[in-house]
Design a binder for this molecule. Structure first.
Ligand code: 5RP
Length: 242
């Protein structure tokens, strides 16, 4: 793993006697991401509980935000709740910055995403952005991707074959369920969660799985990796640049 460039903590947080909860770490890193919002620009906004903290923090500077392109219906609703206009991706040529969380991130800025089922739109908005700023707490930083079950958005009629293709790699794929039924994404597809993977070459892995017929999006973000990671730790929010 390439050694990330760790800059010094942006703030001293706590003493060992009162460690911060994961919730507090998410709040801190959500607030830290405000520094990447360019006044008067349209921003790309991701999905998840850490991004929700970022959106909550945006309230303090909402008058400076021209608008947002969102990666999910849930984030769009939260943004609109603040009075921030939400634009369709096709209305915008490029975004200066995309701010989103991750389920895992490694020392090269490669990520696993999709725990919140929004991976396809996340990859689309990330591809349209000049800079991906990933906001996570320190538990998400890993040496090798794969301990978190990999989300893969697929077309339902291909599920049996794609599950067999993962089984041939020694992994186990399961359809993500919600209230007794297969979860349906914002795009009308279903998701597999794949455990038992060790993704030592994320670029090769993403390229390979992307080509399997029926795969809509694989939750490895190597081609759309992070450029910056704001990492909330017990001693402060650290900045990793890749
Ligand atoms: C949603 C995602 C999220 O960024 C990822 O699941 C992290 O979420 P959280 O901040 O709630 O831990 O990829 O599809």
């Amino acid at each position: 793993m390439t050694q990330p460039n760790l800059s010094s903590p942006t703030s001293a947080l706590t003493d060992a006697a009162s460690p911060l909860t994961q919730e507090q770490l998410k709040t801190l890193v959500g607030q830290a991401a405000l520094q990447y919002v360019v006044p008067g620009e349209i921003i790309g906004v991701g999905t998840g509980s850490t991004v929700n903290k970022f959106i909550d923090a945006l309230a303090s500077i909402k008058d400076q935000v021209k608008g947002a392109v969102s990666s999910s219906l849930a984030s769009a609703e939260r943004l609109r709740g603040l009075g921030i206009p939400v634009l369709d991706c096709n209305e915008v040529e490029r975004l200066a910055v995309y701010i989103d969380g991750a389920d895992e991130i490694d020392g090269n800025g490669y990520m696993i995403k999709g725990g919140g089922a929004a991976l396809t739109r996340e990859k689309i908005v990330a591809a349209q952005s000049d800079q991906f700023v990933c906001i996570v707490d320190a538990s998400k930083l890993v040496h090798t991707l794969g301990a978190f079950p990999l989300p893969v958005e697929i077309i339902p009629m291909a599920s049996r074959r794609i599950m067999a293709q993962f089984a041939a790699k020694g992994a186990q794929a399961a359809i993500r369920m919600k209230e007794g039924k297969a979860l349906v994404t914002d795009n009308g597809h279903i998701l597999l969660d794949v455990s038992g993977l060790q993704i030592s070459d994320p670029i090769a892995f993403e390229a390979e799985v992307n080509q399997w017929p029926g795969v809509v999006t694989v939750g490895v973000f190597a081609f759309q990796r992070a450029h910056v990671c704001l990492l909330a730790t017990a001693t402060g929010v650290k900045t990793l640049r890749f």
